[in-house]
Design a protein. Structure first.
Length: 133
């Protein structure tokens, strides 16, 4: 189960962040999904949040650095790289490069992502795009 869950999360992150495939949310995320970090409820809200991030950093790529699973949880650390080419949290595009680390925890049941937690230093991101000094 843990290996299968890791594969699901890896595919989920890769399809979203590398292939820009929002449809993977409909396939891999449960209808009653809860994003605990940003208080997201359901696939439609998740698509909106992910889509906004994709618009801000359309060329973003990720590299999965570490991944571990235990029971129904998958822990992932990845590095994201891209250019600020769209509005991000009210900041107009700057063209500045960004690199940041993300740590996620996903809880799965029956092959679907049920819950998610995401830890990222947003202050570091706005600093990199020049919104704060």
């Amino acid at each position: 189960m843990s290996k299968q869950n890791k594969e699901i999360v890896c595919r989920f992150l890769t399809e979203l962040q590398v292939n820009k495939n929002l449809a993977v949310i409909d396939e891999l995320v449960a209808d009653n999904f809860v994003g605990r970090t940003a208080d997201i409820h359901g696939p439609a809200e998740l698509k909106k949040v992910v889509g906004d991030n994709m618009s801000a950093f359309p060329g973003m790529t990720i590299t999965i650095e570490d991944q571990a699973a235990e029971d129904d949880l998958v822990f992932t650390r990845y590095t994201a790289n891209g250019l600020h080419e769209g509005v991000y949290r009210g900041v107009l595009p700057t063209g500045q490069p960004v690199t940041y680390t993300v740590v996620t925890i996903h809880r799965l049941a029956n092959g679907k992502i049920m819950e998610g937690w995401r830890v990222v230093d947003r202050l570091d991101i706005v600093h990199q795009i020049g919104a704060v000094s």
